[in-house]
Write a protein that binds this ligand. Structure first.
Ligand code: MN
Ligand code: MN
Length: 435
């Protein structure tokens, strides 16, 4: 056996990006027809498609699309249809009905207070996501998300600006750190924490909770506790006269304006700022897990961002025409936030396949072990945040599986010849395929 040739077939030299190489991306319009294999993706796509839907059925669907059958004389929501062409008029390989895999933060209401706002996509609006909920938040410069704690772990991705976070450990030490765009933080369940917007224009971030029915309106707030404790108990507990406690808040603060904090160096110089765990992480400083002419992906899980025991995440940047390869995750469902660009994802389950369009600020969901892939259908980079309720990021590549089994097995199942199989990538770390 010539192992090097097995693991590095020629095709990968074309896919992998070298330091000098740059993507030659055009703006070839992406259509359902390229999806069907008429475009450059070519014969392999067509061969696999035929396994799912036989030619007869595909012919019937195609005929229905071309004649009067697909006409809709009734009402329609044109802006929504224009934004989601594949959702309403699916690729012919879609079938059956599966659980919801799409929602958008732009369909949620914002809770606005002086100092910022928040909105959330939880199990209430995306019922299939039972183990992850997402909350977006904006804090103006100086404003706080009030000191609080909650039952789930919290993982965050910074979308904009700068923030200071603090978290208290059970051993009495406190962590204080500053984060900027693209950075992460992680707070273990039950650990009390705060977030404050910094200059020049505060911050905006995406919070991820490993509990689908989490609600940002249902956290333990320090103001709630003091407001609902008799003054005599507060006095004894704090060792302060009741007269010193007259100005304690009597209502939720939740989000509220405040002065900008001292410099990080000054805050760090205080007693007890000696947290051993590091609760912030610079995702952008990590080497990409994979970089190809189709894009790149950075992954942070507990093997790198050690404090993040129960939640992991990745940011995939998919170039125009690029394909986040056919794969699944054996140990966790995937909750996605589309940061920028336009894409289309297909999710395959044993009883159905569903394609949806995604735009910036949309949420995607993939149940554990469900097959899926994402295509960049726009003419700018598609950036997707992928998060998992596990500290151990795992991915299974369909290409890798086909190549790792004895070729006779693959031939018997897929009717591909040995030459075709040898051209499929055996690399489990490609992640994004170029146009
Ligand atoms: Mn929190
Ligand atoms: Mn995935």
């Amino acid at each position: 056996m010539s192992e090097p040739n097995e693991t590095r077939p020629a095709i990968q030299d074309d896919i992998r990006v070298s330091e000098q190489q740059e993507s030659k991306s055009g703006t070839e319009a992406f259509s359902r027809r390229t999806f069907l294999g008429v475009g450059s993706a070519g014969l392999a796509t067509a061969a696999l498609t035929s396994l799912v839907v036989d030619a007869q059925e595909r012919g019937n669907i195609a005929k229905g699309e071309q004649d009067h059958s697909a006409s809709n004389p009734g009402p329609e929501n044109k802006p929504l249809l224009d934004e989601n062409p594949n959702s309403n008029f699916p690729p012919p390989t879609d079938y059956g009905n599966i659980i919801p895999v799409w929602y958008s933060f732009d369909l949620t209401h914002m809770r606005i207070q002086e100092g910022g706002w928040t909105n959330q996509v939880t199990q209430t609006v995306l019922p299939s996501s039972t183990d992850i909920a997402g909350v977006r938040m904006r804090l103006t410069a100086g404003s706080f998300r009030e000191l609080h704690w909650h039952t789930s772990d919290e993982w965050a991705y910074m979308l904009y600006g700068n923030a200071r976070v603090t978290v208290l450990n059970p051993d009495g030490t406190i962590f204080i750190g500053d984060v900027g765009k693209g950075d992460l933080w992680y707070f273990p369940a039950g650990f009390p924490h705060s977030i404050q917007g910094l200059g020049p224009d505060g911050t905006e971030f995406m919070l991820i909770f490993n509990q689908g029915d989490f609600s940002e309106d249902n956290t333990f707030l320090i103001s709630d506790w003091v407001a609902h404790t008799p003054p005599s108990v507060l006095s004894r507990n704090f060792g302060l006269p009741e007269s010193a406690l007259r100005k304690l808040p009597t209502n939720d603060l939740y989000i509220f304006p405040a002065d900008l904090p001292e410099s990080l160096a000054q805050d760090m110089a205080r007693d007890g700022v000696s947290s051993l765990p590091k609760y912030t992480w610079k995702l952008g400083d990590m080497a990409p897990k994979s970089r190809t002419r189709g894009g790149e992906i950075r992954v942070a899980d507990s093997h790198s961002f050690v404090a993040a025991k129960n939640i992991s995440g990745a940011v995939a940047t998919i170039k125009p025409g690029g394909l986040r390869e056919m794969h699944w995750h054996p140990n966790a469902s995937e909750w996605q936030y589309y940061i920028s660009g336009k894409g289309r994802m297909t999710v395959v389950l044993p009883h159905g396949a569903r394609t949806m369009d995604f735009n910036a600020n949309d949420v995607g969901f993939v149940p554990r072990i469900a097959g899926h892939y994402i295509e960049n259908t726009g003419d700018t980079d598609l950036q997707v945040l992928e998060v998992f309720a596990t500290g151990d990021f795992q991915e299974i590549s369909l290409n890798n599986w086909i190549r790792r089994m004895p070729p006779e097995m693959a031939m018997a199942h897929l009717n591909l010849d040995a030459n075709a199989i040898s051209k499929i990538s055996a690399d489990p770390g490609i992640y994004i395929l170029p146009r």
